[in-house]
Design a protein around this ligand. Structure first.
Ligand SMILES: [Zn+2]
Length: 188
């Protein structure tokens, strides 16, 4: 371990692991590593500005973003673009300028337990969670690649809900723009 204590969002590494356990239901490596990724992205961005977030997978990473930034799915500042890639982007919604961080498979061999987990080379029962977490703590950021990106601001702008209608079939409220009945009823 390095002499410098690793912190994630102001928490110690161990505190963050506990928070993830409570929020996510387990100390899933993806959420722990996701925390390292959020930290890395923040390090490349000016302090004191608000950023929107994009996760390129719906697995694990959104929870790290929601724990460590003001961005949530509910408030619309976190958008999931489900490409199935283990990457997050934080960007300035006014300018579209941002930082994308992804887990770099070229760098994975230096962390064999993380590689075995991420590349599914070991079955879940054969993985050693303590070793995976130790590797994340000791060399998590060395496995990442960071790039500057430009996000098209109109691409992820939150849609206004607009007028509300009552669905004649289920009697529940829904966005009127969806048509004469709600989407749940029309998809039956
Ligand atoms: Zn309905």
């Amino acid at each position: 371990m390095s002499t410098e204590e690793k912190s994630i969002g102001g928490y110690s590494f161990e505190e963050y692991v506990e928070i993830v356990k409570t929020f996510h239901g387990s100390s899933a490596p993806g959420v722990i590593l996701g925390g390292v990724m959020v930290e890395e992205a923040k390090r490349h961005l000016p302090e004191g500005k608000l950023f929107d977030a994009i996760c390129e997978t719906r697995v694990c990473l959104p929870d790290a973003v929601q724990l460590l930034t003001p961005c949530t799915i509910g408030n619309g500042w976190l958008y999931i673009e489900d490409f199935g890639r283990f990457a997050i982007t934080l960007y300035d919604k006014e300018t579209g300028e941002g930082i994308r961080v992804h887990l770099d498979v070229d760098k994975l061999p230096q962390a064999p337990e993380i590689e075995a987990w991420f590349m599914k080379k070991k079955k879940k029962g054969e993985q050693n969670l303590d070793k995976i977490l130790k590797e994340i703590k000791e060399k998590g950021e060395k496995l990442l690649s960071v790039s500057r990106v430009h996000v098209r601001p109109d691409r992820y702008r939150r849609l206004k809900t607009g007028p509300v209608a009552i669905c004649p079939q289920c009697k529940e409220a829904y966005p009127a723009r969806d048509g004469v009945i709600c989407r749940a009823c029309s998809s039956q």
